[in-house]
Write a protein that binds this ligand. Structure first.
Ligand SMILES: [Zn+2]
Length: 419
Protein backbone atom coordinates (compact mmCIF):
# COMPACT_ATOMS: atom_id res chain seq x y z
CA UNK A 1 0.00 0.00 0.00
CA UNK A 2 1.06 3.52 -0.63
CA UNK A 3 0.86 6.70 1.37
CA UNK A 4 1.64 10.20 0.14
CA UNK A 5 3.14 12.32 2.86
CA UNK A 6 5.76 14.65 4.04
CA UNK A 7 8.61 12.42 5.18
CA UNK A 8 11.53 13.23 7.43
CA UNK A 9 14.36 10.72 7.57
CA UNK A 10 16.42 11.15 10.68
CA UNK A 11 19.83 9.51 10.94
CA UNK A 12 20.32 8.18 14.47
CA UNK A 13 24.10 7.83 14.00
CA UNK A 14 24.42 11.60 13.84
CA UNK A 15 21.59 12.98 16.00
CA UNK A 16 22.75 16.56 15.55
CA UNK A 17 21.96 16.49 11.83
CA UNK A 18 18.22 16.95 11.57
CA UNK A 19 16.53 15.57 8.48
CA UNK A 20 14.22 17.85 6.62
CA UNK A 21 10.70 16.97 5.51
CA UNK A 22 10.38 16.05 1.85
CA UNK A 23 7.29 15.40 -0.19
CA UNK A 24 7.41 11.63 -0.63
CA UNK A 25 5.66 8.44 -1.55
CA UNK A 26 6.07 5.70 1.03
CA UNK A 27 4.89 2.23 0.12
CA UNK A 28 5.14 -1.38 1.10
CA UNK A 29 6.62 -3.95 -1.24
CA UNK A 30 7.24 -7.66 -1.09
CA UNK A 31 10.31 -9.02 -2.86
CA UNK A 32 11.34 -12.66 -2.57
CA UNK A 33 9.18 -13.16 0.50
CA UNK A 34 10.72 -10.20 2.27
CA UNK A 35 8.75 -7.12 3.16
CA UNK A 36 10.11 -3.64 2.53
CA UNK A 37 9.06 -0.08 3.09
CA UNK A 38 10.09 1.94 0.04
CA UNK A 39 10.63 5.65 -0.14
CA UNK A 40 10.54 7.72 -3.27
CA UNK A 41 11.25 11.44 -3.14
CA UNK A 42 13.65 14.05 -4.48
CA UNK A 43 16.47 12.60 -2.36
CA UNK A 44 15.76 9.02 -3.47
CA UNK A 45 14.34 9.32 -6.99
CA UNK A 46 15.24 5.67 -7.62
CA UNK A 47 13.51 4.39 -4.47
CA UNK A 48 15.20 3.56 -1.20
CA UNK A 49 14.35 0.20 0.38
CA UNK A 50 14.03 -0.39 4.13
CA UNK A 51 13.84 -4.03 5.15
CA UNK A 52 10.92 -4.50 7.56
CA UNK A 53 12.81 -7.32 9.27
CA UNK A 54 15.11 -4.56 10.55
CA UNK A 55 12.23 -2.60 12.07
CA UNK A 56 12.97 -1.77 15.70
CA UNK A 57 10.02 0.40 16.69
CA UNK A 58 6.71 1.52 15.30
CA UNK A 59 5.41 4.81 16.68
CA UNK A 60 1.69 5.46 16.59
CA UNK A 61 1.11 7.98 19.37
CA UNK A 62 0.02 10.70 16.94
CA UNK A 63 -1.63 8.40 14.43
CA UNK A 64 -4.94 10.25 14.75
CA UNK A 65 -3.15 13.36 13.51
CA UNK A 66 -1.82 11.53 10.48
CA UNK A 67 1.66 11.04 11.92
CA UNK A 68 3.59 7.84 12.50
CA UNK A 69 7.21 6.75 12.83
CA UNK A 70 9.24 3.72 11.80
CA UNK A 71 12.59 3.15 13.48
CA UNK A 72 15.04 0.78 11.81
CA UNK A 73 18.06 -0.99 13.30
CA UNK A 74 19.76 -1.10 9.97
CA UNK A 75 20.16 1.53 8.61
CA UNK A 76 19.89 3.22 11.97
CA UNK A 77 17.25 5.69 10.89
CA UNK A 78 13.77 6.88 11.77
CA UNK A 79 11.17 7.61 9.11
CA UNK A 80 8.67 10.19 10.27
CA UNK A 81 5.51 10.25 8.23
CA UNK A 82 3.21 13.23 8.32
CA UNK A 83 0.19 13.33 6.07
CA UNK A 84 -3.09 15.16 5.83
CA UNK A 85 -4.68 11.91 4.66
CA UNK A 86 -5.13 10.65 8.20
CA UNK A 87 -7.14 7.54 7.40
CA UNK A 88 -4.46 6.48 4.91
CA UNK A 89 -1.78 6.78 7.55
CA UNK A 90 -3.89 4.70 9.92
CA UNK A 91 -4.40 2.13 7.20
CA UNK A 92 -0.68 2.13 6.47
CA UNK A 93 0.08 1.65 10.17
CA UNK A 94 -2.39 -1.25 10.46
CA UNK A 95 -0.87 -2.76 7.35
CA UNK A 96 2.71 -2.56 8.70
CA UNK A 97 1.53 -3.89 12.05
CA UNK A 98 -0.11 -6.87 10.36
CA UNK A 99 3.16 -7.63 8.55
CA UNK A 100 5.18 -7.30 11.77
CA UNK A 101 2.69 -9.49 13.63
CA UNK A 102 3.22 -12.17 11.01
CA UNK A 103 -0.29 -12.03 9.61
CA UNK A 104 1.19 -12.66 6.19
CA UNK A 105 -0.46 -9.79 4.44
CA UNK A 106 -0.33 -9.89 0.71
CA UNK A 107 0.79 -6.49 -0.36
CA UNK A 108 -1.01 -4.53 -2.94
CA UNK A 109 1.39 -2.14 -4.60
CA UNK A 110 -1.16 -0.62 -6.89
CA UNK A 111 -3.40 0.90 -4.31
CA UNK A 112 -3.57 4.63 -4.72
CA UNK A 113 -4.69 7.36 -2.39
CA UNK A 114 -8.25 8.59 -2.64
CA UNK A 115 -7.09 11.81 -4.32
CA UNK A 116 -6.40 10.18 -7.69
CA UNK A 117 -8.92 10.63 -10.44
CA UNK A 118 -11.68 8.05 -10.79
CA UNK A 119 -10.26 6.88 -14.10
CA UNK A 120 -6.90 6.19 -12.54
CA UNK A 121 -8.47 4.57 -9.50
CA UNK A 122 -10.09 1.97 -11.70
CA UNK A 123 -6.74 1.08 -13.22
CA UNK A 124 -4.92 1.19 -9.94
CA UNK A 125 -7.36 -0.91 -7.99
CA UNK A 126 -6.42 -3.18 -5.12
CA UNK A 127 -4.12 -6.01 -6.07
CA UNK A 128 -6.44 -8.71 -7.43
CA UNK A 129 -3.98 -11.38 -6.30
CA UNK A 130 -4.39 -10.49 -2.64
CA UNK A 131 -5.29 -13.46 -0.44
CA UNK A 132 -5.75 -11.75 2.93
CA UNK A 133 -7.43 -8.46 3.58
CA UNK A 134 -7.88 -6.60 6.83
CA UNK A 135 -10.24 -3.64 6.69
CA UNK A 136 -9.50 -0.63 8.81
CA UNK A 137 -12.88 0.96 9.30
CA UNK A 138 -15.27 -0.02 6.54
CA UNK A 139 -15.87 -2.48 3.74
CA UNK A 140 -14.19 -1.38 0.55
CA UNK A 141 -15.89 -2.55 -2.63
CA UNK A 142 -12.50 -3.00 -4.29
CA UNK A 143 -12.16 -6.13 -2.15
CA UNK A 144 -14.57 -7.71 -4.63
CA UNK A 145 -11.77 -7.68 -7.22
CA UNK A 146 -9.62 -9.95 -5.09
CA UNK A 147 -10.54 -13.21 -6.75
CA UNK A 148 -8.15 -15.22 -4.59
CA UNK A 149 -9.16 -13.76 -1.26
CA UNK A 150 -9.28 -16.43 1.41
CA UNK A 151 -9.20 -14.37 4.59
CA UNK A 152 -11.34 -11.31 5.15
CA UNK A 153 -11.24 -9.43 8.42
CA UNK A 154 -13.85 -6.72 8.87
CA UNK A 155 -13.41 -6.24 12.59
CA UNK A 156 -14.57 -3.15 14.44
CA UNK A 157 -15.80 -1.66 11.18
CA UNK A 158 -18.92 0.21 10.35
CA UNK A 159 -20.74 -2.33 8.20
CA UNK A 160 -24.05 -1.00 6.90
CA UNK A 161 -24.00 -4.02 4.63
CA UNK A 162 -21.82 -6.76 3.18
CA UNK A 163 -22.33 -6.96 -0.58
CA UNK A 164 -23.77 -10.26 -1.74
CA UNK A 165 -20.89 -10.49 -4.25
CA UNK A 166 -18.38 -11.47 -1.57
CA UNK A 167 -20.13 -14.83 -1.77
CA UNK A 168 -18.32 -15.33 -5.09
CA UNK A 169 -14.88 -15.09 -3.43
CA UNK A 170 -13.24 -18.25 -2.10
CA UNK A 171 -13.19 -16.97 1.48
CA UNK A 172 -12.28 -19.49 4.15
CA UNK A 173 -12.04 -17.13 7.09
CA UNK A 174 -14.43 -14.27 7.73
CA UNK A 175 -14.56 -12.15 10.81
CA UNK A 176 -16.94 -9.30 11.43
CA UNK A 177 -16.32 -9.31 15.19
CA UNK A 178 -16.88 -6.05 17.00
CA UNK A 179 -18.35 -4.39 13.93
CA UNK A 180 -21.34 -2.15 13.89
CA UNK A 181 -24.09 -3.93 11.99
CA UNK A 182 -27.24 -2.34 10.63
CA UNK A 183 -30.49 -2.83 12.49
CA UNK A 184 -33.33 -3.95 10.23
CA UNK A 185 -31.23 -4.71 7.21
CA UNK A 186 -32.74 -7.72 5.46
CA UNK A 187 -29.95 -8.10 2.95
CA UNK A 188 -27.01 -8.28 5.35
CA UNK A 189 -26.55 -12.07 5.21
CA UNK A 190 -27.39 -12.47 1.51
CA UNK A 191 -23.78 -13.40 0.73
CA UNK A 192 -24.45 -16.82 2.30
CA UNK A 193 -26.81 -17.61 -0.57
CA UNK A 194 -23.90 -17.92 -3.00
CA UNK A 195 -22.62 -21.44 -3.54
CA UNK A 196 -18.94 -20.46 -3.67
CA UNK A 197 -18.68 -19.17 -0.13
CA UNK A 198 -20.92 -21.98 1.16
CA UNK A 199 -18.25 -24.34 -0.13
CA UNK A 200 -15.22 -22.46 1.13
CA UNK A 201 -16.07 -20.79 4.42
CA UNK A 202 -14.79 -22.79 7.37
CA UNK A 203 -14.34 -20.12 10.04
CA UNK A 204 -16.93 -17.46 10.88
CA UNK A 205 -16.36 -15.02 13.69
CA UNK A 206 -19.34 -12.92 14.74
CA UNK A 207 -18.28 -11.96 18.27
CA UNK A 208 -19.60 -8.88 20.02
CA UNK A 209 -21.96 -7.63 17.32
CA UNK A 210 -25.07 -7.44 19.51
CA UNK A 211 -26.75 -10.59 18.13
CA UNK A 212 -29.94 -11.73 19.86
CA UNK A 213 -30.38 -14.77 17.65
CA UNK A 214 -28.34 -16.46 14.97
CA UNK A 215 -29.32 -15.47 11.45
CA UNK A 216 -30.80 -18.57 9.82
CA UNK A 217 -28.71 -17.92 6.72
CA UNK A 218 -25.65 -19.41 8.41
CA UNK A 219 -27.19 -22.85 7.99
CA UNK A 220 -26.19 -22.62 4.30
CA UNK A 221 -22.51 -22.56 5.26
CA UNK A 222 -22.26 -26.32 5.13
CA UNK A 223 -18.52 -26.47 5.52
CA UNK A 224 -18.34 -24.30 8.59
CA UNK A 225 -16.01 -25.85 11.14
CA UNK A 226 -15.63 -22.98 13.57
CA UNK A 227 -18.36 -20.66 14.72
CA UNK A 228 -17.48 -17.99 17.21
CA UNK A 229 -20.39 -15.90 18.48
CA UNK A 230 -19.11 -14.81 21.87
CA UNK A 231 -20.10 -11.63 23.74
CA UNK A 232 -23.54 -11.44 22.21
CA UNK A 233 -27.06 -11.69 23.65
CA UNK A 234 -28.05 -15.09 22.28
CA UNK A 235 -30.75 -16.65 24.45
CA UNK A 236 -30.95 -19.87 22.43
CA UNK A 237 -29.34 -21.71 19.54
CA UNK A 238 -31.89 -22.62 16.89
CA UNK A 239 -32.11 -26.28 15.91
CA UNK A 240 -30.93 -25.51 12.38
CA UNK A 241 -27.42 -25.29 13.76
CA UNK A 242 -27.52 -29.08 13.72
CA UNK A 243 -27.43 -28.90 9.92
CA UNK A 244 -23.84 -27.68 10.08
CA UNK A 245 -22.46 -31.18 10.01
CA UNK A 246 -18.80 -30.19 9.95
CA UNK A 247 -18.97 -27.89 12.96
CA UNK A 248 -16.07 -28.74 15.27
CA UNK A 249 -15.49 -25.61 17.31
CA UNK A 250 -18.19 -23.60 18.95
CA UNK A 251 -17.37 -20.51 20.99
CA UNK A 252 -20.32 -19.02 22.82
CA UNK A 253 -19.02 -17.52 26.03
CA UNK A 254 -20.76 -14.49 27.44
CA UNK A 255 -24.26 -15.00 26.05
CA UNK A 256 -27.65 -15.65 27.65
CA UNK A 257 -28.07 -19.31 26.72
CA UNK A 258 -30.25 -21.45 28.98
CA UNK A 259 -30.08 -24.68 26.93
CA UNK A 260 -28.56 -26.25 23.85
CA UNK A 261 -30.52 -27.85 21.00
CA UNK A 262 -30.62 -31.62 21.22
CA UNK A 263 -29.22 -31.99 17.69
CA UNK A 264 -25.77 -31.04 19.03
CA UNK A 265 -25.81 -33.62 21.81
CA UNK A 266 -24.60 -36.50 19.68
CA UNK A 267 -21.70 -34.51 18.25
CA UNK A 268 -18.08 -34.69 19.34
CA UNK A 269 -16.48 -31.28 19.17
CA UNK A 270 -12.85 -30.25 19.27
CA UNK A 271 -13.51 -27.19 21.32
CA UNK A 272 -16.59 -25.77 22.97
CA UNK A 273 -16.68 -22.72 25.18
CA UNK A 274 -20.04 -22.22 26.84
CA UNK A 275 -18.88 -20.32 29.93
CA UNK A 276 -20.69 -17.22 31.16
CA UNK A 277 -24.17 -18.24 30.11
CA UNK A 278 -27.38 -18.92 32.05
CA UNK A 279 -27.46 -22.73 32.03
CA UNK A 280 -28.00 -22.79 35.78
CA UNK A 281 -31.26 -20.93 35.63
CA UNK A 282 -34.16 -23.03 37.07
CA UNK A 283 -36.15 -24.70 34.29
CA UNK A 284 -39.39 -23.23 35.55
CA UNK A 285 -38.37 -19.87 34.19
CA UNK A 286 -40.01 -20.48 30.87
CA UNK A 287 -39.72 -16.86 29.85
CA UNK A 288 -36.15 -17.75 28.92
CA UNK A 289 -37.31 -20.65 26.76
CA UNK A 290 -37.92 -19.49 23.22
CA UNK A 291 -40.23 -22.36 22.21
CA UNK A 292 -42.38 -22.31 25.36
CA UNK A 293 -42.52 -18.57 25.17
CA UNK A 294 -43.69 -18.78 21.59
CA UNK A 295 -46.30 -21.44 22.38
CA UNK A 296 -47.64 -19.39 25.26
CA UNK A 297 -48.03 -16.43 22.95
CA UNK A 298 -49.85 -18.45 20.26
CA UNK A 299 -52.08 -19.96 22.91
CA UNK A 300 -53.26 -16.64 24.22
CA UNK A 301 -53.97 -15.54 20.69
CA UNK A 302 -56.27 -18.60 20.42
CA UNK A 303 -54.71 -19.66 17.17
CA UNK A 304 -54.82 -23.24 18.35
CA UNK A 305 -58.23 -24.78 18.71
CA UNK A 306 -59.15 -27.57 21.13
CA UNK A 307 -59.03 -30.23 18.46
CA UNK A 308 -56.01 -28.90 16.63
CA UNK A 309 -55.05 -32.48 15.76
CA UNK A 310 -57.85 -32.40 13.22
CA UNK A 311 -57.12 -29.03 11.83
CA UNK A 312 -55.47 -28.81 8.45
CA UNK A 313 -52.09 -27.26 8.98
CA UNK A 314 -51.31 -23.98 7.24
CA UNK A 315 -49.68 -24.51 3.88
CA UNK A 316 -46.90 -22.11 4.80
CA UNK A 317 -45.56 -24.90 7.01
CA UNK A 318 -45.29 -27.16 4.00
CA UNK A 319 -43.25 -24.49 2.27
CA UNK A 320 -40.98 -24.28 5.29
CA UNK A 321 -40.43 -28.03 5.55
CA UNK A 322 -39.72 -28.08 1.85
CA UNK A 323 -37.08 -25.38 2.15
CA UNK A 324 -35.46 -27.11 5.10
CA UNK A 325 -35.39 -30.49 3.40
CA UNK A 326 -33.98 -29.22 0.14
CA UNK A 327 -31.19 -27.16 1.73
CA UNK A 328 -31.16 -24.67 -1.11
CA UNK A 329 -29.43 -21.42 -0.23
CA UNK A 330 -31.81 -18.54 -0.84
CA UNK A 331 -32.00 -14.92 0.01
CA UNK A 332 -34.22 -13.97 2.93
CA UNK A 333 -36.27 -11.63 0.73
CA UNK A 334 -37.00 -14.49 -1.69
CA UNK A 335 -39.33 -16.16 0.79
CA UNK A 336 -42.44 -14.79 2.49
CA UNK A 337 -41.71 -12.76 5.58
CA UNK A 338 -44.17 -14.93 7.53
CA UNK A 339 -41.75 -17.85 7.16
CA UNK A 340 -38.77 -16.05 8.63
CA UNK A 341 -39.60 -16.59 12.27
CA UNK A 342 -40.24 -20.31 11.73
CA UNK A 343 -36.54 -20.83 11.22
CA UNK A 344 -36.03 -20.06 14.88
CA UNK A 345 -38.76 -22.51 15.91
CA UNK A 346 -38.43 -25.43 13.57
CA UNK A 347 -36.59 -28.53 14.73
CA UNK A 348 -36.13 -32.14 13.75
CA UNK A 349 -38.12 -34.81 15.52
CA UNK A 350 -35.58 -36.82 17.52
CA UNK A 351 -37.26 -40.05 16.42
CA UNK A 352 -38.17 -39.65 12.76
CA UNK A 353 -35.86 -36.70 11.97
CA UNK A 354 -38.59 -34.84 10.11
CA UNK A 355 -38.79 -31.10 10.50
CA UNK A 356 -41.57 -30.07 12.87
CA UNK A 357 -42.83 -26.90 14.47
CA UNK A 358 -43.49 -26.56 18.19
CA UNK A 359 -47.27 -26.80 17.89
CA UNK A 360 -47.01 -30.30 16.51
CA UNK A 361 -44.32 -31.44 18.84
CA UNK A 362 -43.51 -32.49 22.36
CA UNK A 363 -40.71 -30.44 23.85
CA UNK A 364 -38.43 -32.26 26.26
CA UNK A 365 -35.22 -31.64 28.12
CA UNK A 366 -32.37 -33.94 28.97
CA UNK A 367 -29.21 -33.06 30.84
CA UNK A 368 -25.59 -33.73 29.99
CA UNK A 369 -22.47 -31.89 28.85
CA UNK A 370 -21.33 -31.45 25.25
CA UNK A 371 -18.75 -33.96 24.09
CA UNK A 372 -15.59 -32.00 23.37
CA UNK A 373 -11.86 -32.50 23.57
CA UNK A 374 -11.57 -29.03 25.09
CA UNK A 375 -14.67 -28.00 26.98
CA UNK A 376 -14.69 -24.66 28.72
CA UNK A 377 -17.62 -24.19 31.08
CA UNK A 378 -18.60 -22.56 34.33
CA UNK A 379 -17.61 -24.54 37.40
CA UNK A 380 -21.19 -24.93 38.52
CA UNK A 381 -22.25 -26.61 35.27
CA UNK A 382 -22.32 -30.32 35.99
CA UNK A 383 -24.65 -30.63 33.05
CA UNK A 384 -26.64 -28.35 30.79
CA UNK A 385 -30.22 -28.75 29.52
CA UNK A 386 -30.73 -29.95 25.95
CA UNK A 387 -33.96 -29.08 24.28
CA UNK A 388 -35.48 -31.71 22.03
CA UNK A 389 -38.58 -31.91 19.89
CA UNK A 390 -40.53 -34.99 18.89
CA UNK A 391 -43.78 -35.60 17.03
CA UNK A 392 -46.59 -35.00 19.49
CA UNK A 393 -48.39 -38.23 18.67
CA UNK A 394 -45.85 -41.04 18.45
CA UNK A 395 -48.09 -42.98 16.10
CA UNK A 396 -47.24 -40.52 13.39
CA UNK A 397 -43.55 -41.08 13.70
CA UNK A 398 -41.59 -43.16 11.23
CA UNK A 399 -38.56 -44.40 13.07
CA UNK A 400 -35.36 -44.04 11.10
CA UNK A 401 -33.19 -47.10 11.36
CA UNK A 402 -29.39 -46.71 11.34
CA UNK A 403 -28.67 -47.71 7.75
CA UNK A 404 -30.63 -44.69 6.63
CA UNK A 405 -33.60 -46.60 5.28
CA UNK A 406 -36.97 -45.62 6.63
CA UNK A 407 -39.02 -48.19 8.41
CA UNK A 408 -42.73 -47.49 8.18
CA UNK A 409 -44.14 -48.21 11.59
CA UNK A 410 -47.33 -46.32 11.31
CA UNK A 411 -49.31 -44.66 8.63
CA UNK A 412 -51.89 -42.13 9.65
CA UNK A 413 -54.00 -39.23 8.60
CA UNK A 414 -51.59 -36.84 10.21
CA UNK A 415 -48.83 -37.98 7.94
CA UNK A 416 -50.95 -37.26 4.90
CA UNK A 417 -51.75 -33.78 6.03
CA UNK A 418 -48.17 -32.77 6.52
CA UNK A 419 -46.56 -34.32 3.51
ZN1 LIG B 1 -41.25 -37.88 14.52
Amino acid sequence: MLVRCSLTIQDLNSPQSKGRPLKSCVMTKKVNDKYYVCVKNSMYPNIKFFNLAMLKNLYNKFISEGKMGLEFKDPKQILLIDSQHKSEVLMFYTHIKAIVDGKNVKISTHQMPKTVSIKKAVINRFDPMTTNFIAVDHFDNRVLNMRLLSKLVLEKCDLPTIPVEIGHLPIKYLSISGSKLPTNQDTFWNWTSITKICDTLTILKIDAIGLKKLPFEIMFLKNLQTLSATNNSLSYLPQFIGELKKLKNLFLYDNLLVYFPHCLSSKTFNEVDLSDNLFNLPRSQSKYDHLLQYLAAVDTNKILTEDFEFTVKPLSHLALYNLMDNCLPFKRQDIPRTLWMYFNLVGRCIVCMRWILPYYSKIDYTHSLPEAIYLIKDQRNISIPWQSMSCSSPNNCMRQIPNGAIHYEYFTRYYFILF
